[in-house]
Ligand binder design. Structure first.
Ligand SMILES: [Zn+2]
Ligand SMILES: [Zn+2]
Length: 258
C-alpha cells in the first residue's frame, strides 16, 4: 500500500468505527431494572415455620411439616416437645385429651399473592383452611364429619389451644396461644387463610379486643395494619364463635395439598 492509500484506509476504518458506535448507542435500550415477579413479599417471611416460601408472581407457595414448635401432650412421649398437661383450656373447659397423636405432615399451601374478594364467598371445608406462622394448619369452626358445632372438641385443645385429628394433623380452630403470646402478639399477624387474606390475633393494635360483632359475615374487616399500611381485608381470631371464619372465604381460595 502507498502511504496515501494507507491513510485513506485508516480514515475509512475510523469512520466505520464512529458510525458503528453511533449505531450501537442507538440500539441500546435505556436501563430498566428487570421486573421480578418471583420476589416473596416480606410479610410472608413471618411464616417462620415454613421449610420453603416461593412465588411465581401469582401464588405464594409455602411448604410446612405441620407440626407445632411448642410443647403438647399430643406429641409421642419420646418427642422432646412432649409435655403432659392437665388443667383448663380455651373457654375454661377442663382439658380432656383426645386419642390422637401429632404426626409430621407434608403441606403445600398455594395462596394468591394479590388476594381478591370473591362474591361467591365459597364455604370453608372441614380440614385445612389456612396456615399459622409456625406452619400448623388452621381449621374452621366446625367439627367433622357433619359440620357439628365445635363445642364437643374444645375440651381436647391443649394449653396452646390446638389438637390433632385422627390422621395426626395438628391444628388450631381458635386463637393459637403460643403465637399470640410468645411468637407474635395479641394484635399481631397469626397466619393466612387460603384466600390469601391475613389473620390477626384477637386485639387491634390499639389494644381493643375484637369480637365477632365488630366483624362482617366472613369474620373480617378492612383497615391498615403494621404489615399492610395501605389497608387490607383481614380476619381476626375472636374469643366468641365462629372464632376465625364465618360464612365462607372472603376471597378466592388457593389450594393446599397434603
Ligand atoms: Zn379439630
Ligand atoms: Zn382489624
Amino acid at each position: 500500500m502507498t502511504k496515501k492509500k494507507t491513510s485513506y484506509f485508516n480514515l475509512f476504518i475510523g469512520l466505520v468505527l464512529i458510525v458503528s458506535s453511533f449505531a450501537c448507542s442507538k440500539t441500546e435500550e435505556p436501563t430498566v431494572p428487570p421486573v421480578d415477579n418471583t420476589t416473596v413479599p416480606n410479610v410472608y417471611t413471618k411464616i417462620y415455620g415454613a421449610s420453603s416460601i416461593t412465588s411465581d408472581g401469582t401464588y405464594i407457595t409455602i411448604k410446612t411439616n405441620g407440626v407445632p414448635d411448642h410443647k403438647s401432650p399430643y406429641y409421642p412421649t419420646t418427642n422432646p416437645l412432649y409435655e403432659a398437661y392437665s388443667g383448663t383450656t380455651f373457654g375454661g373447659y377442663t382439658f380432656n385429651k383426645n386419642p390422637n397423636s401429632i404426626a409430621t405432615q407434608s403441606f403445600t399451601f398455594k395462596i394468591p399473592v394479590n388476594p381478591k374478594v370473591d362474591a361467591n364467598h365459597a364455604a370453608t371445608p372441614l380440614g385445612v383452611i389456612g396456615v399459622a406462622l409456625n406452619g400448623v394448619a388452621l381449621f374452621n369452626q366446625y367439627a367433622g364429619p357433619n359440620n357439628q358445632a365445635l363445642t364437643g372438641e374444645i375440651a381436647s385443645f391443649d394449653k396452646y389451644y390446638g389438637h390433632p385429628q385422627n390422621t395426626g394433623q395438628y391444628h388450631y380452630h381458635v386463637e393459637p396461644l403460643y403465637i399470640t403470646t410468645v411468637k407474635s402478639t395479641k394484635s399481631g399477624l397469626v397466619g393466612f387463610l387460603l384466600d390469601g387474606f391475613p389473620v390477626y390475633g384477637p386485639q387491634e393494635e390499639s389494644g381493643t379486643t375484637v369480637t365477632s360483632s365488630n366483624l362482617d359475615a366472613y369474620h373480617g374487616h378492612t383497615h391498615a395494619t403494621i404489615d399492610f399500611p395501605t389497608g387490607i381485608y383481614h380476619y381476626h381470631f375472636t374469643g366468641d364463635a365462629p372464632y376465625l371464619n364465618g360464612n365462607g372465604y372472603y376471597g378466592t381460595a388457593g389450594t393446599v395439598t397434603r
